[in-house]
Design a binder for this molecule. Sequence first.
Ligand code: SME
Length: 151
Amino acid sequence: MTFEELRPQVETILQRDTAIDARLTGVCELLKKNIPYYDWVGFYFKNGDKDELKLRAFAGEPTDHVIIPFGKGICGQVAVSDQNFVVADVKAQDNYIACSIYVKAEIVIPLFVNGKNIGQIDIDSHMADPFTEEDERFLEFVNARVAEVLV
Ligand code: SME
């Protein structure tokens, strides 16, 4: 399925009359199911007033890394940089937290509410170097729609 086809489906899921966490899980499942190189999809958010991220919704294998301190791993770096982080080859990263031996690449896109970085979407891929600017634009769109339902 193309990103253009997925955009309205993301919006439909986010408008459902269910709990936010169920809608976020629905978005994770939609992306994992329809984008062949998305092998794990999750949303992390700042954990209260602590300088750490907490996993809130995901699709794929359960991970041990439910809590990630700011600055640690790709996710923790995005929590402090406010920048997209596209990792073509996770083996080339020093500050990386491995979730599965099968993961070759990762993309993390920060999620802003009123200009504040409050969380992120994180995708792991078993394929080497699969992510392009199209993924970045699509995932920025997803996060912007999520931000709308969080406020
Ligand atoms: N690889 C991430 C940790 C989260 S798992 O991918 C689910 C990182 O380095 O921050």
